[in-house]
Design a protein around this ligand. Structure first.
Ligand SMILES: Nc1ccn([C@@H]2O[C@@H]3COP(=O)(O)O[C@H]3[C@H]2O)c(=O)n1
Ligand SMILES: [Zn+2]
Ligand SMILES: [Zn+2]
Length: 245
C-alpha cells in the first residue's frame, strides 16, 4: 500500500500522558490529518511539525478530542498560510460542525461566515469509497458511539479499519475481515469500566484470535503500561511512531 500512518496522539479524551487520538496519513508528499483535537497543535509541534505540513483534514465526529484543534488550524490556514485545505467530512456533519462547533470562535463579518471561507469542503457519503490522493482510498462507515450523534469509522484502501470512537461491534469487524479483506484494525480501547460509548479491552479480548492478531489498540488511558502483556496478543499503537500500511 506504501502509506505511512503516524499517530500524533493515542490517548483517550481526557488522557494527560497522551495527546488526543489523531493521526497523520501520508501518501508521498500528501499528508492527511485524521481528526484534529484540542491537543493537535502541540502534538504536531512536539514532532517538529505544524499545520503547515497538513494538506487535508478528515473529521470522524464532533467531540473536542477530534475537532477541538480546528479553530487554530482554520485561523492559521486563513491568516498565516493563506491556503484553503480540503476538509473531508460526512455530509450529515457539515452544518453541525459549523453551527454547533466552529462558528462561535471563527465568525468574522465578511471574512469567515461559513466553513467554505476556510476549507474546501468535501462532503462524503457514507459507505462510498473516495480516492483522496493517488494511493489513499477512503470510505466512511457509520458507527454507534453516542446516542443520537452521528459518528464514523474509516475504511482505508479496502484493507485497514480505523474505528475512531465506537461501541463494540464484533459483527462489523467479522464482516470486514471475512467479506472485505480487512488485514488491519486500529481500534479505540477503553481500559477500564463499562463501554458505554467506547469499546472496552475486555470486549476486544473476546474477539476470535485471527481478528485479535490484526488488531492494534489506540485511544487508551494514561495507565496503558499496566496492561502490557494482558491484551490477548493485541498490540498498543504507539504515539509518534510511524507505521507502514
Ligand atoms: N455518555 C458519555 C459521553 C461522553 N463521555 C466521555 O466524554 C468523552 C468525549 O470524547 P470521547 O473520546 O468520545 O470519550 C468520551 C468519554 O470519555 C462519557 O464518558 N459518557
Ligand atoms: Zn475520542
Ligand atoms: Zn467521541
Amino acid at each position: 500500500m506504501n502509506l505511512e500512518l503516524q499517530m500524533i496522539g493515542t490517548g483517550s479524551a481526557f488522557a494527560k500522558k497522551y495527546f488526543n487520538n489523531n493521526a497523520l496519513l501520508k501518501d508521498g508528499d500528501f499528508t492527511l490529518l485524521i481528526d484534529c483535537g484540542v491537543t493537535a497543535p502541540l502534538a504536531l509541534h512536539q514532532l517538529n511539525k505544524s499545520f503547515a505540513d497538513v494538506d487535508a483534514v478528515l473529521i470522524t465526529h464532533i467531540h473536542a478530542d477530534h475537532v477541538g484543534g480546528l479553530e487554530e488550524l482554520a485561523f492559521k490556514m486563513k491568516f498565516t498560510f493563506h491556503r484553503k485545505i480540503k476538509l473531508y467530512i460526512a455530509e450529515s456533519l457539515t452544518s453541525i460542525l459549523w453551527e454547533h462547533s466552529l462558528k462561535g470562535g471563527l465568525y468574522q463579518a465578511r471574512e469567515i461566515t461559513s466553513l467554505e471561507d476556510i476549507f474546501e469542503v468535501c462532503p462524503l457519503t457514507p459507505n462510498k469509497p473516495y480516492f483522496i490522493s493517488e494511493h489513499i482510498c477512503l470510505e466512511l462507515i457509520p458507527n454507534e458511539h453516542i446516542p443520537g450523534k452521528k459518528s464514523y469509522s474509516l475504511y482505508l484502501n479496502n484493507q485497514v479499519f480505523y474505528s475512531s470512537d465506537m461501541i463494540y461491534n464484533p459483527d462489523l469487524l467479522k464482516y470486514l475481515v471475512e467479506e472485505r479483506s480487512c488485514g488491519m484494525i486500529l481500534h479505540d480501547c477503553q481500559l477500564e469500566g463499562r463501554g458505554e460509548v467506547h469499546t472496552t479491552l475486555d470486549e476486544l479480548m473476546r474477539l476470535p484470535e485471527d481478528i485479535r492478531k490484526i488488531t492494534y489498540l489506540m485511544h487508551y488511558g494514561d495507565n496503558k503500561d499496566e496492561y502490557h502483556g494482558k491484551t490477548a496478543g493485541m498490540e498498543f499503537i504507539e504515539q509518534g511512531r510511524s507505521y507502514s500500511l
